[in-house]
Design a protein around this ligand. Structure first.
Ligand SMILES: Cc1cc2nc3c(=O)[nH]c(=O)nc-3n(C[C@H](O)[C@H](O)[C@H](O)COP(=O)(O)OP(=O)(O)OC[C@H]3O[C@@H](n4cnc5c(N)ncnc54)[C@H](O)[C@@H]3O)c2cc1C
Ligand code: SF4
Length: 352
């Protein structure tokens, strides 16, 4: 680990002023940043510890039912908040499918949004990686790439974004509140992460020193609360990142879909809102044929970036399963194994 300065400002203004200096990085719980510092993949000269900043660890509700979630709210606190579970169950399910209980107790929402890719070559400083060292090349292109991107990738980088909760949040039109050296602003979460293009090192829309202070979920996002799921295919049944994941929400008018929300994880360098699929779903009957057409639309642009063509079919099937499970209704309690697609879908019969 390289030498670095450590400071712990008392106010957001002090933190922003400190982090605006070149070579600075915000430190939240450090569950991702400190790992990267240990391998040398991240080498900040100054850590600006934000964990004691006042007011960022609260969940506030608007009179209309929207939530404002502070950037320092811990993943566990958010997942187990009863009001969040009621209004935005797919957010809770996504959080509970991630990492381990110990990590969730520490990790913050802001840090989860800004966690870096899990591409092994990004972590390994002996490997060529355009995201870590612009112009170096991309060892993943000819290397171990079965878990890499199938949407939005470029020749420069085929990495995926690993967050689970981002997928549900993007499906629900979450907004990110930011404070920085030039004042406060807000952007849709969908616009926070960048696709790699020819500059994969530019991972987000944040400028130097900008601090995420909160994430807002609009009241309208609760319209799908009674038919919402997050499903995640992983290589182990727990404590593993998504190979492919899907957040699905339906607002029904009888058997017709009034409004649909669909986003994918593990497929691109950002949480992937499947808007073409939502257009197929809205106004259509809520049935298997519609769900299959939506899955086709969601993956129309997908292409393998390596040994990962299987992820396209996997994603197609997961979308159908997530929509079918959402149609069956949000479980009263989070499932014993949150986000697992291996529970039998409601109404399914096993035929030997
Ligand atoms: C073994 C393991 C398994 C995991 N499995 C999963 C999983 O299955 N699903 C999943 O989603 N995640 C998973 N994670 C990732 C984990 O959720 C993240 O490490 C965590 O959410 C990051 O939060 P943090 O507070 O520790 O952030 P930190 O590590 O402190 O920071 C992460 C990044 O965000 C920046 N940052 C933090 N807060 C802010 C802010 N408010 N404004 C601006 N910048 C900020 C930091 O500078 C840093 O670049 C796993 C992690 C580990 C170690
Ligand atoms: S896929 Fe992206 S993160 Fe991975 S080695 Fe290539 S450039 Fe680096």
């Amino acid at each position: 680990m390289n030498r670095f300065d450590y400071i712990r400002p008392a106010t957001a203004a002090e933190a922003i002023a400190a982090a605006a200096q070149p070579g600075s990085a915000y430190l939240a719980a450090g569950t991702n940043l400190v790992d990267l510092m240990k391998t040398g993949a991240a080498r900040p000269e100054r850590l600006v510890d934000i964990t004691r900043l006042p007011g960022l660890d609260r969940i506030d509700w608007s009179p209309g039912g929207g939530a404002r979630i502070g950037a320092l709210v811990r993943n566990s606190d958010l997942a187990y908040d009863p009001a969040v579970r009621r209004a935005f169950p797919a957010v809770a399910e996504a959080l509970l499918s991630g990492a381990s209980p110990q990590l969730r107790n520490a990790a913050t929402l802001g840090g989860n949004l800004l966690q870096r890719t899990r591409c092994a070559y990004f972590f390994d400083t002996a490997s060529a990686c355009n995201r870590r060292a612009p112009g170096a090349g991309c060892d993943a292109r000819e290397g171990e790439n079965r878990l890499h991107a199938i949407l939005g990738w470029s020749e420069a980088c085929i990495a995926t974004h690993p967050s689970d909760v981002c997928v549900s949040l993007v499906a629900l039109d979450a907004v990110v509140e930011i404070e920085g050296p030039d004042g406060a602003r807000e952007i849709p979460l969908e616009a926070l992460h960048r696709l790699p293009g020819d500059a994969p090192d530019q991972e987000t829309a944040l400028a130097a020193g900008e601090l995420i202070v909160a994430v807002r979920l609009p009241p309208q996002a609760a319209a799908v609360a009674s038919h919402a799921r997050y499903l995640k295919i992983r290589e182990r049944t727990s404590y593993a990142f998504a190979v492919v994941s899907a957040a699905a929400g339906l607002d029904l008018d009888g058997t017709t879909i009034r409004q649909a929300r669909l986003a994918l994880g593990g497929v691109a360098a950002k949480p992937w809102r499947a808007r073409a699929a939502e257009s197929v779903l809205e106004g259509a009957p809520a049935d298997a044929a519609t769900f299959a057409r939506a899955a086709e639309a969601a993956l129309a642009e997908a292409r393998p970036s390596g040994d990962n063509a299987f992820k396209i079919e996997l994603a197609r099937r997961l979308i159908v399963r997530a929509l079918s499970d959402a149609l069956a209704g949000t479980p009263g309690q989070p499932p014993a194994l949150p986000a697992s697609p291996f529970a039998a879908p409601a109404g399914a019969r096993h035929v030997a």
